[in-house]
Write a protein that binds this ligand. Structure first.
Ligand SMILES: Cc1cc2nc3c(=O)[nH]c(=O)nc-3n(C[C@H](O)[C@H](O)[C@H](O)COP(=O)(O)OP(=O)(O)OC[C@H]3O[C@@H](n4cnc5c(N)ncnc54)[C@H](O)[C@@H]3O)c2cc1C
Ligand code: FES
Length: 277
């Protein structure tokens, strides 16, 4: 980016309505020079400006190997996200970034990958999954567990079907509350852990979802014997600058915007229980 404080204009190329309150936006940087220089890794986020409303941090949800455009998946929860939700294809918004660290995929080597997503937490994990599946020959098993509130709240429905059919992936999903058409699992996402056989010494877990889901999943994985440094999760905090200047996102001596948003249990140590809020 020419100036990390000034949003770069992007055009909304495509919009997919995922659930009643979540949309995926495909964005394309207007400047070819910026497009050529835009490189991100799974787990990173951008600051999205809806002009006249404000700026919010949002994870990038697409495959980093695609350099022409990229996706964000956003739930309309408040002032800025609702304004974004009402945007149409062809409209212009702004972005700063990419910011933050990324999932430590370089360290996995031949170990197994266990990806656990809850609700909209699947957004950054989708970027990781697509990136890893492009390099599948290099790692061990790829297990994906996904939980949503209801069948209607499941994100990326076509993508979920593709993962279910993919022989390279072991995919299981569940909903908290079924409807008449749902034939699958019912229960919170941690109940799926008892359905997969995991070698705890050789498994990396990547978790993203609401705080209560992260907490219970982390506890369960540590109880199963996964190493603290291999239990990886993302944290959310209110952010302003996104680049370590304003202090809004501090947890103890760490800033979520530059030291995170991706953390492992070992580095947060005793602060894990109250960091996940
Ligand atoms: C690193 C990072 C990545 C994120 N990635 C995504 C993503 O991929 N998709 C997505 O939909 N959202 C994501 N978020 C959350 C998103 O930034 C907030 O939903 C957004 O800032 C809300 O702003 P608003 O103006 O729409 O809501 P406001 O009007 O500010 O608030 C509306 C409600 O949302 C709550 N809220 C606001 N911000 C947050 C927050 N950061 N965490 C939890 N609750 C909040 C408020 O308490 C209030 O109840 C991410 C946040 C961070 C820090
Ligand atoms: S958002 Fe400003 S320091 Fe992290």
């Amino acid at each position: 980016m020419k100036n990390i404080y000034i949003p770069e204009p992007v055009v909304i190329e495509n919009i997919i309505k995922e659930t009643p309150d979540v949309k995926t936006f495909t964005l394309r940087l207007k400047s070819r020079e910026e497009r050529n220089g835009f490189k991100f890794y799974p787990g990173q986020f951008i600051e999205v400006s809806v002009f006249g409303y404000g700026e919010i941090p949002v994870s990038i949800s697409s495959n980093p190997d695609n350099r022409e455009n990229f996706d964000i998946t956003v739930r309309a929860v408040g002032y800025v996200s609702n304004a974004l939700y009402l945007k149409k294809e062809g409209d212009e918004i702004g972005i700063r970034g990419p910011f933050g660290n990324h999932f430590p995929f370089e360290e996995i080597k031949e170990d197994n990958i266990l990806i656990i997503g809850g609700g909209i937490g699947l957004a950054p994990l989708r970027s990781l999954i697509l990136y890893l599946l492009n390099r599948k020959e290099k790692s061990g098993r790829c297990i994906i567990l996904y939980g949503a509130k209801t069948p209607e709240d499941r994100l990326y429905k076509r993508q979920l079907s593709a993962w279910r059919e993919d022989p390279a992936v072991e995919f299981l999903e569940t909903v908290d509350k079924a409807d008449n058409g749902w034939k699958g699992n019912v229960g919170v996402v941690t109940t799926l852990l008892s359905r997969v056989k995991i070698d705890p010494g050789k498994t990396w877990a990547f978790i993203c979802g609401p705080p209560v889901m992260i907490k219970s999943t982390v506890n369960e994985l540590l109880r199963m014997g996964l190493k603290e440094e291999k239990v990886i999760f993302t944290l959310e905090r209110y952010m302003k600058c996104g680049i370590g200047k304003c202090g809004h996102c501090a947890i103890g001596n760490k800033y979520v915007c530059i030291d995170g948003p991706v953390f492992n249990c070992k580095e947060l140590g005793n602060t894990v229980p109250h960091a996940i809020t």
